[in-house]
Design a protein around this ligand. Sequence first.
Ligand SMILES: [Zn+2]
Length: 474
Amino acid sequence: MTFVLLAVIVQAQGLPQEQFLIYNAQIVDVLTGKIKSEMALLIEGDQIKALGDFNQLSKDIPQSQQLDAKNKFIIPGLWDMHIHLEVQGLEEDNQALLPLFIAFGITTVRDCASDLGETVLKWRDEINAGKLFGPNLFTAGLKLEGKNSSWKGDLEIENETELNLMMDKQDVWAPDFIKITDNKLHGELFLKSIQAAHERGYVVSGHVPIDLTLEEMVDAGFSSVEHASYLNRLGYDQEEIVAQLKAGTLTNAQAGALYKGIFDQQKADRNYKILGDKGLYVTPTYIGGRQIAYGDEENHLLDSMMTKYLTKAFTAEYLKRIERLKNETPEQMKERKQTYQFNISQLVHYQDAGITILAGSDGAVLNALVYPAQSLIQELQIFQDAGLKPIDVLRAATINGARFLKKDKEMGSIDIGKRADLVLLDSNPLEDINATTHISGVFTKSSYLGRADLDKILSDAREAKVRLDKSREK
Ligand SMILES: [Zn+2]
């Protein structure tokens, strides 16, 4: 209470907030794709106050508040645009991992709904209030679905009346966007859900039901496709298939079979362009598919995330998935690899068509081997390997996310007046995005965390794992 009062008084008197100067920096401008060399960057509180000459900016800043960033490259903090903080009973496990994102240079995450939705909304508010340490958290809270869906803790609707009731609830929770999925929700009610959310001013993300075309969804106010594999339908006669599904002359199974025929790249490119022009975003989430497709060639039991950071309860589903993988035939594994390779081959086509790419991992308890925090860095490497230029990979993990959430005036790039979420790298990410695996420091939440501070976050996470595992023994 005393602390809160003090903060109010300080603000009321308009005392200057603490300043911090980073100099000699190579600043990566994700907007222009250029590097601003050897500049000084003045931060006040959690905002970038000035960019410019060291002699001018350093005048009133004490030595202890200055950092020589010689030979370091500074990028905006990374955004993981698709995670889930999920599974009831694992609240502590998820919460203990929040600081880990910062240690991986991820200063913002977008939680794409889960059964912990209400808890995650609370965490978001606590992080914003400075009561909980973690990345900036944007969340959908609870997702919209149809009746008796396979998801736990969703908002299930059967008609428009229920849709409006659920949207009234959403307005009270105030999520940062609306997530809609297609397990039991489809057709007209799915389309109406997009419209309702859009009309209430929300950005809308989700899966793609088989009986709607992407174009009609985007026209209704749909902003981002979660999981790029849905876009593969655009290499087929999607319009015709959807029309037949609506007329009842085709079953879902028959439609699914048609989508397994010969993929027409030219047709897909034309369709990508239409959607790119309409401003569609896509979060590919490739890493999960890669982990499974190559699961027979790698021993993930030895991964540091498994052994050091994730609790036994957190990885229980991962282990089951590894076991199930052992039962697959060589043909099945070969097919998985082919599917994965085909999926990533489309990434440059999206980019060329003007579909905006968002970097998101889908890291979560229920997504086997998609490790919180680390998987985003792996996803960036996949983007680069798939042919995206390093600058476009970096944009996918910074400014694109900010634009998607309409936060680009205050976040997502290194500019005066923007939030000081910064990552210092040892090498140039515009030459090789792998530079994001060598972090020397992070500035976020008004403070600078050097390598030692980041290592302390990692060791705290290791201790939390041991403690939680122990508490559940017997
Ligand atoms: Zn997801």
